[in-house]
Design a protein around this ligand. Sequence first.
Ligand code: EPZ
Length: 422
Amino acid sequence: MDTFIIEGGTRLQGHVKISGAKNASLAIMPTCLLAPGHFHLSNTPNNRDVWTFSRLLGSLGVHAELNDNILHLDSSNITSFEAPYEHVKKMRASIYVLGPLLSRYGQAKVSLPGGCNFGPRPVDLHLKGMEKLGAEITLEGGYINARAPKGRLQGARFHFDISSVGASVNVIMAAVLAQGHTTLTNAALEPEVTSLARMLNKMGAKIEGIGTTTLEIQGVDELKPVNEETIPDRIEAATFALAAALTRGNVTLDNVNPYHLTSVVQKLEESGATVDVTGESMQVTMDDDPEPVDITTATYPGFPTDTQAQWAAYMLRAKGSARITDTIYPTRFGYVPELHRLGASIEGGDAYCIVKGGHKLTGATVMSSDLRASASLVMAAMIAEGTSEVLRVYHIDRGYESIEKKLNSLGARIRRERAKEE
Ligand code: EPZ
């Protein structure tokens, strides 16, 4: 497992190109199972989760090849309907093959995903949605066995009790080839979901209400392969924007969709940063310590849970105390004890923490616990005095393409120490 060796005292400045969105890639890659043929997905990020999903698709018979951020998928010859535990345990989004396999082949066997490092992450809404569309589902030996009794799912009305990105992605892909009409209510609004729906319509699906929480889907008999550009990664953009402001830097983010991170930009401006948006670029400048600003996560377009750890790191230099509340994942605070090791003063509570800004940070060895927590540790290490080690950076490699190269091009001093092959 690789380690980052990070020198503190950094001030980030310059231009950085934001990659395609990991969570959008993971949502559109499985559409190749809905139609046989060749798909070219441009602006695909070259990160660990995309590699994992490519291997999973490979085990189903899909040929997957990523070159220069263009992912070529050939689904002409599907040979299996089973997503084995060895893939699913690495990445929860593997369950996204359930909907398309059921929809097109009337059967699927998918391992139940493991938990994650921030609490239980159920898939009950995924399964309830499939059952409402007529699937018969049994759980056996840690696997979801699903089949469409009439060989094809049947359109239905389904309401998501909780707004869920993953369940929305899965059920939409199940509904597009179902017999008849499906109405989904309380579907998620995240850009990853709307970009999937738009791509499915390009493939010949009939989805109305895209961008709203009510989707009307008329099932069709077949879909065709298409080429698609992956939307920019709003969470990577938010991470770099906060890192720029934390280091009192001046950074321009290129290839962003500013409309996808308005909640983060507004909080950044409230804290005293300057954010200038020009087309698909966003310039973030900060020449002082930030004002303390509280955040509470919410579903899109609210403040994303995937950015709350980074906000906590940003508040380490605040001129007071800031409260960070996560209403989506109440236990997603694994980064707090690690930031303590750097000298941070953070009080933990139930589904929140309070960062007391202005405490001197000194380098230490810290441990990544999940993808976004790792980002917050890297941010803090960049402003700590002296040298820090961030362990298990495979977590960060899951969702960021060569993050140390991007940060070093902006003035950071991060060295990757490759693990000796076990
Ligand atoms: C997606 O996870 C993202 N992953 C997560 O990003 C992100 O944190 C999360 O959405 C919330 O925005 C991908 O897109 C691959 P949910 P997902 O279903 O789909 C509950 C990252 O850092 N729920 O929207 O798993 C759930 O427990 C990752 O990139 C059920 O109860 O999240 C949570 O409280 C981490 N039953 C809430 O809904 C279900 O069947 C929202 O979860 C499904 C979810």
